[in-house]
Design a protein around this ligand. Structure first.
Ligand SMILES: Cc1cc2nc3c(=O)[nH]c(=O)nc-3n(C[C@H](O)[C@H](O)[C@H](O)COP(=O)(O)O)c2cc1C
Length: 228
């Protein structure tokens, strides 16, 4: 049976020059996004986060099952619990608990120029933590059984759109992935078929926020694209 279809909505009629200008504007705008690791506690209205999540929810995804859930945290108690659990995992990851680091030497070497360690005060200072979950099963009805498709790809795109929307709203973000992340499912009260993928930390940069030189170096077009 063919389901109902709608006419494709009109796109803006632009000249080639206008299209190039729009694409350049998008690039210039996205180029100003940087991961932030020092957040101020300046409040940000909930509606900003709601709209950014709605934007993420428009992402293309496998069979339109929309296999994502965003658990949004602002309560000081919950943020503290997340920080404590994340730092415990991170101390093991970096070997700051006195044991051999769980991360390989190669991984720690790759992280060295960014300067991260197990200390994550931003998990308490930032006004919003958005814990992004991927639903392995559930379908549109979220019945917990129906198979979902291309789950990681779909949620990855949605998270990218979430970060872009937050950047457009003038907020700083950090994609934070304490390793492992299983504790987030319990702390957010999410079901077993959901896997935490990342925490998107959102707010305004603190006074001591910096951007590592390493992160500014982006590959040139000639390296990231080939034209066949
Ligand atoms: C999937 C993913 C996981 C990340 N995990 C962390 C993390 O746990 N802690 C952190 O400080 N940065 C994390 N980052 C941020 C990267 O370090 C950052 O995006 C990269 O260095 C490039 O810098 P930029 O975002 O400022 O362009 C993560 C980024 C991605 C995409």
């Amino acid at each position: 049976m063919t389901e109902k279809h709608h006419p494709f909505p009109p796109l803006p009629e632009l000249s080639d020059e206008e299209r190039v200008a729009r694409a350049s504007e998008a690039y210039e705008h996205l180029k100003t996004r940087h991961s932030c690791r020092d957040f101020s506690d300046t409040p940000v209205p909930r509606e900003v986060i709601e709209k950014a999540i709605l934007a993420a929810g428009t992402a293309p995804n496998g069979a339109n099952h929309q296999p994502w859930h965003f658990a949004v945290i602002s309560s000081p108690e919950k943020k503290k619990a997340i920080r404590e659990a994340a730092e415990e995992e991170e101390r093991r990851f970096y070997g700051e608990d006195g044991d051999k680091p769980k991360a390989s030497d190669e991984w720690l070497d790759a992280l060295a120029p960014i300067g991260t360690d197990a200390h994550k005060p931003f998990l308490e200072s930032a006004p919003w933590l958005i814990v992004c979950f991927a639903q392995r099963t559930g379908g549109i009805e979220e019945d917990g059984k129906t198979q979902n498709y291309y789950v990681n790809e779909s949620v990855g795109i949605a998270c990218g759109m979430l970060i872009s929307a937050l950047h457009s709203a003038g907020l700083a973000t950090l994609t934070h992935t304490p390793s492992p992340m299983g504790f987030l499912r319990d702390l957010c009260g999410r079901p077993k078929n959901e896997k935490p993928l990342m925490i998107v930390v959102a707010g305004l940069p603190g006074e001591n926020a910096t951007v590592p030189d390493h992160a500014i170096k982006k590959k040139p077009l000639s390296q990231i694209a080939s034209w066949l």
